[in-house]
Design a protein around this ligand. Structure first.
Ligand code: CTP
Length: 410
């Protein structure tokens, strides 16, 4: 993965060396192009040392020239370009095709197939100015991905929107965009040779031969993931609780009822998996002593007490046994303090990513055809999505999982 990092003159430029280091840590080759104003905030030499490549600052610098057309070669070299921080001036130049710096020159020379991500960072007044917002709209029409600025304390001392997002958020965005390049979408085989193990649907916990404890999970999210993984060429094993959905073509469905059966089925197959996604709504408790036959009302009186014991946590068990080549993805359905609770689960269960559903929002959680997801990565990144069909959610989840697997897939 070859990333061209563009740096503009903004106080946030001091974070650029850390960003370059994070991208390198995640397996990327990084080259840097800076505007002359960026070089006032951070020395090109720092980035040259980190990336082990010369840094382009001036268009006509002898050392940049090589055999001429350096901007075309650099634009063709990269798989994605990230401009972070991007100043209001550079954003405006990109919007209007003004290539008067080394940075904007390369940005204009990118192939339409190469993702360009832009992370604007500036004071709130500059960010909300109609001219800046218009430039954002214009570049989005050219398929540029805007990574919106974060809110918080600004260099001016004021509070507001305009901060450069966290390093992990920027690095995650690059990896995800890379997994969505037209080339990978067209090939549709990004998971060829990989095995995806999924859980889906509810579990059913027996009280007696006719009664049970269960939940409203329809299995639609897990089944959409199974179909999308198969479409991308993966071998898919779907461990499913009782649902009314038909098994998708080309996947192996292992049907189970209880949390214990789901646990055993997953444990039996976990060794084969490269990506494990636990979308099932597993019962946390099960009757301690299920009754054979039917419990008669007359034997109970006016109240009934049911003793429940905790089930095995399948996701947490997988987290303990995770192999270095495996990517483990859990779901978290939260009714309050959503991100905080989901991140606690991510850490406690040793996941690489958690898909957060907020229980109390529209288009979220059980039953419907749409879902509202937030992806939290173990690297600390967060991606918030608007309500989408469960098919679209499945694509975003697998894009992110594939990005995490990049070193494996390369
Ligand atoms: N999970 C699991 N086995 C269980 C319970 C949950 O594998 N016995 C998995 C779910 O499939 C999901 C994740 O753990 O991927 C989180 O499930 P959730 O119900 O949100 O959280 P819990 O850990 O059960 O905690 P709580 O109910 O207290 O929020």
């Amino acid at each position: 993965m070859k990333i061209l990092l563009g740096i503009c003159g903004s106080i946030a430029a001091y974070k650029a060396p850390l960003l370059a280091r994070e991208l390198i840590k995640r397996g990327a080759q990084v080259r840097v192009v800076m505007t002359p104003s960026a070089a006032k905030f951070v020395q090109p030499l720092v980035l040259q040392n980190l990336t082990r490549h010369g840094v382009a600052v001036e268009m006509f610098d002898e050392s940049t020239q090589n055999d001429g057309s350096w901007h075309i070669h650099l634009a063709r070299w990269c798989d994605a370009m990230l401009i972070a921080p991007c100043s209001a001036a550079t954003l405006g130049k990109i919007a209007h095709g003004i290539s008067d710096t080394a940075l904007t020159l390369v940005a204009l020379a990118l192939s339409p197939k190469t993702p360009l991500l832009v992370a604007p960072a500036m004071d709130t007044e500059m960010w909300i100015h109609p001219a800046t917002q218009r430039n954002v709209e214009i570049v989005q029409r050219y398929n540029v991905t805007i990574i919106p600025p974060a809110e918080g304390e600004l260099a001016s001392g004021f509070q507001g929107v305009g901060r450069l997002p966290e390093i992990a958020v920027l690095a995650d965005a690059v990896l995800v965009s890379f997994s969505q390049t037209p080339f990978q979408q067209e090939s549709e085989q990004s998971l060829h040779g990989k095995t995806v193990l999924l859980t889906a649907g509810p579990t059913v916990e027996r009280i007696d031969d006719v009664r049970f404890i269960s939940n409203h999970s329809s299995g639609k999210m897990g089944y959409a993931l199974a179909r999308e993984a198969a479409r991308r060429g993966a071998k898919v094993v779907l461990v499913s609780g009782p649902v009314t959905l038909a098994a998708p073509d080309g996947i192996e469905r292992v049907s189970v009822e209880s949390a214990q059966q789901m646990y055993e089925a997953v444990m039996a197959r976990r060794g084969e998996a490269d990506i494990l996604i636990l979308a099932a709504a597993v019962a946390d408790f099960t009757p301690a002593a299920p009754h054979t036959g039917k419990i008669k009302k007359a034997t109970l009186g006016t109240t009934m007490t049911l003793e429940l014991t905790q089930t095995q946590d399948i996701l947490a068990s997988l987290g303990k046994l995770k192999q270095p080549h495996q990517t483990l993805i859990g779901f978290a359905l939260e009714a309050a303090e959503h991100e905080e609770n989901a991140r606690k689960k991510l850490v406690a269960k040793n996941c690489d990513m958690i898909v957060l559903n907020a229980a109390n929002t529209v288009d979220s959680g059980f039953g419907g055809d749409r879902n509202t997801i937030t992806l939290l990565s173990a690297h600390g990144g967060t991606q918030v999505f608007p309500p989408m069909s469960k098919e679209e959610c499945a694509r975003k989840i697998l894009d992110a999982a594939t990005a995490g697997l990049y070193n494996l897939l390369a």
